[in-house]
Design a protein around this ligand. Structure first.
Ligand SMILES: Cc1ncc(COP(=O)(O)O)c(C=O)c1O
Length: 374
């Protein structure tokens, strides 16, 4: 056969790899990175994804996982066992809270939620068995921005690890490990892959031993990612730099427009000077604010449904961060499982709509929102 030198890594769509003889098997166990054995344990495509995100995040090693949830699970298990306690920012993706409340609690890991205003005063929530704080760089859905350098210093003073969900910010805006976090993770499903066609995650550690732990948890619990999904995510990742600029520019323009609109009660976007953490977001995000924004209509279900029916460029599709715009409804989807009191405390009301602003021509998105709100 002619020698083959593909420019792009082929998809190694195989669950297992061959060995010539027992010498090769010995070689695998003596130098595990020298060859592959079984795709759950390691595959060239999932390694390529993990290495690429690890490089962007400045980590010591990473594991690609079958979803963002799997990355969160792996990160918590890297530090916790039965009898331990974790702190979690109250402003968090609803699925993360559901994992802690319904599954990790059964495994003996308890949780206390910390209101955003108390994130830098964790002493009052810390217990002797508290191991870590889980927080998002930019929170879902109200886009509150955590001061990661301050948070990491505060956590370490108290002997806690800081685990950061960097999904909304991406490493192009913020690199949590450089600011002191111990693990950073992503729902790769979102900006990293970027095209709404992959479900995947990644967890990246600041230290080699923790990275090895993440990898082991991925392998033993079967959280690792398939070759095809890895390949798609790697392909998407190559344009992250271009996409995130367009997402950010478009979102800022729409946030400014919505902020002036009489039907809009409030706009949540870190790029607006009126946002409560605008200065921090500008410094920590290198002047970009990502493509997610939320806004409030009047608290009337019918007004929300009417907006959903009228918009043609923002289909109601409860995910985010694809190149095509979409919208979501936190009260009915991501934060549905919270109690009414929790929803109210977080500002998740009937009129709250979250936009994932895509990279389409901005004038088309503006015209669509104008007509949908008119
Ligand atoms: C901030 C954040 N983290 C984690 C997840 C979970 O990711 P996945 O759906 O890939 O499991 C999501 C999903 O929406 C998310 O928004």
């Amino acid at each position: 056969m002619a020698s083959i030198h593909p420019k792009i890594t082929p998809i190694y769509q195989t669950s297992v790899f061959k060995f010539q003889d027992l010498d090769e098997l010995d070689q695998y166990y003596q130098e595990p990175n020298s060859r592959y054995l079984y795709s759950r344990n390691g595959n060239p495509n999932s390694d390529e994804l993990a290495d690429a995100v690890n490089a962007l995040e400045g980590g010591a090693g990473a594991v690609a996982t079958s979803s963002g949830m799997a990355a969160i699970f792996a990160a918590i298990l890297a530090y916790c066992q039965a009898g331990d306690h974790v702190l979690c920012a109250a402003d968090i993706y609803g699925g993360s809270a559901a994992l802690l409340n319904t599954e990790l609690s059964r495994m003996g890991v308890s949780v206390t939620y910390v209101p955003f205003e108390q994130l830098y005063d964790l002493g009052q929530h810390r217990q002797d068995n508290t191991r870590l704080l889980l927080a998002e760089t930019i929170s879902n859905p109200l886009l509150r921005v955590a001061d990661l350098r301050r948070l990491a210093a505060h956590c370490h003073e108290l002997g806690l690890k800081l685990v950061v969900d960097n999904t909304f910010a991406t490493p192009l805006l913020t690199q949590p490990l450089a600011l002191g976090a111990d693990i950073t993770l992503h729902s790769v499903t979102k900006y990293i892959a970027g095209h709404s066609d992959v479900t995947a995650g990644v967890a990246v550690a600041a230290e080699r031993e923790v990275a090895a732990r993440l990898k082991q948890i991925g392998v033993f619990y079967g959280l690792t990612l398939s070759p095809m999904e890895s390949w798609l995510a790697v392909r998407g990742l190559k344009t992250l730099r271009l996409r995130i600029r367009e997402h950010s520019h478009n979102a800022l323009a729409l946030a400014e427009m919505l902020n002036q609109h009489p039907a809009v009660r409030a706009v949540y976007y870190p790029g607006l000077p009126t946002h409560e953490q605008h200065a921090l977001a500008a410094a920590q995000g290198g002047g970009l604010f990502s493509g997610m924004l939320s806004f409030k209509l009047t608290d009337d279900k019918e007004a929300v449904s009417e907006f959903m029916r009228r918009t043609t460029r923002f289909p109601f599709a409860p995910s985010l961060a694809g190149v095509d715009s979409s919208l979501s409804y936190p009260l009915g989807t991501s934060h549905r499982a919270l109690t009414a009191e929790q929803q109210a405390a977080l500002g998740i009301t009937v009129g709250l709509i979250r936009l994932s602003v895509g990279i389409e021509p901005i004038e088309e998105l503006m015209a669509d929102l104008q007509q949908a709100l008119s």
